[in-house]
Design a protein around this ligand. Structure first.
Ligand SMILES: [Mn+2]
Length: 352
């Protein structure tokens, strides 16, 4: 049996069922990515429920080797037939409210469980390869962006070009809406790309990612576009502080360390330059099938780093109405050391 599934089954108590409605969890456990399926898993039984549009599709993916397949246009009825005695049902935290409510209204007791989230947090060899490939595509997309920069090009055009280009070289899609921020827009950490035109003497912040065979990557780079010589020094000095914060803090992202440790390191490091108040978000997050997943690297995080986690490290500082700097790379935690998965240089990019 597939090891993800057997790990999950081992963790389910006797007579309990795990009800899985979150599409990414379903994909993770079964390989099925169609628009409708539900999984119902206990110690003894494993059901894959889908509707008539997918008749035969799941078999083609080999789902029938892992699950008993039920094709129905009334999945609720089928589930009620299967779960009569056990009232307690485990669900993932990402389960929709509608699903939660019908379970409750049907007399079950839904309990939120992190079991699948915790499995997904630790990547296997295959997942690591897919994420590496996803990062490689994102990096090529960033290089493509650099080649099309010109006066008066609008942010949205660059975002669209990135998306088109990465799909052309193999991505499924973008892993999130690209952030392309010119000039003072770069000072907004979760900026919404619009029709701002590129002007000379601007900082450009690009935060982009690809999705490859379901797996996400997430990188941020800063470009100095035709910067006037006497402004350049100021940008480079701020940039190098953020870069050093990233490269030093990430050394603390190692096996058995608390995940909040690198966050507090960055706060303290930036404080040496009076800049900690300009660092206003978390330091990083896990990536996988979701663009943001556990572990989150922030002040509240209680998890410890473990081998197999793939994370981002992305310190940033933002000067409102002026400019912002964020640098983001992706890393794999292993038993002994940290592996940087992204290979694009993290020096400031100067475009003349
Ligand atoms: Mn990120």
């Amino acid at each position: 049996m597939n090891t993800r599934l057997s790990r999950l089954i081992k963790s389910i108590e006797k007579n309990n069922f795990f009800y899985i409605a979150n599409p990414l969890d379903i994909f993770y456990l079964s390989g099925f990515s169609g628009s409708f399926a539900r999984l119902l898993i206990s110690n003894e039984k494993k059901f894959f429920i889908t509707d008539k549009r997918y008749n035969g599709v799941a078999e083609k993916l080999g789902v029938d080797k892992l699950f008993e397949i039920i094709v129905t246009n009334n999945y609720k009825k089928e589930i009620k037939k299967i779960i009569k005695k056990s009232k307690k049902i485990l669900i993932s935290p990402q389960t929709s409210l509608t699903e939660y409510l019908w379970l409750k209204d049907s007399g079950y007791e839904p309990h939120v469980s992190n079991k699948i989230m915790n499995l997904r947090m630790i990547k296997d060899e295959n997942e690591i390869e897919l994420i590496k490939k996803s990062i490689e595509i994102t990096e090529k997309g960033i290089l493509h962006i650099l080649s099309i920069l010109k006066n008066n090009i609008i942010e949205k055009e660059i975002a669209d070009e990135f998306e088109y280009y990465i799909k052309k070289i193999g991505a499924d899609s973008v892993s999130f809406t690209p952030i392309i921020a010119f000039g003072k827009n770069s000072a907004v950490p979760h900026y919404k790309t619009n029709t701002t035109k590129l002007k000379e003497n601007s900082i450009i912040l690009i935060d982009v990612g690809a999705k490859y065979k379901g797996y996400c990557s997430d990188l941020t780079r800063v470009i100095g576009y035709r910067i006037i010589k006497n402004h350049l020094k100021k940008y480079i000095s701020y940039y190098n502080i953020v870069k050093t914060a990233k490269n030093k803090s990430v050394l603390l992202c190692k096996n058995r360390n608390l995940t909040k440790k690198p966050y507090f390191f960055v706060k303290k490091y930036l404080n040496n330059y009076g800049l900690d108040k300009f660092f206003t978000h978390s330091l990083g997050h896990g990536i996988g099938l979701d663009i943001h997943e556990i572990p989150f690297i922030n002040q509240k995080s209680v998890l410890k780093f473990k081998p197999g986690m793939i994370i981002t490290c992305e310190p940033g500082i933002y000067f409102q109405n002026e400019f912002g700097i964020r640098i983001e790379d992706n890393y794999l935690i292993t038993e002994k050391k940290l592996l940087k998965l992204s290979s694009l240089s993290d020096e400031i990019i100067i475009k003349d």
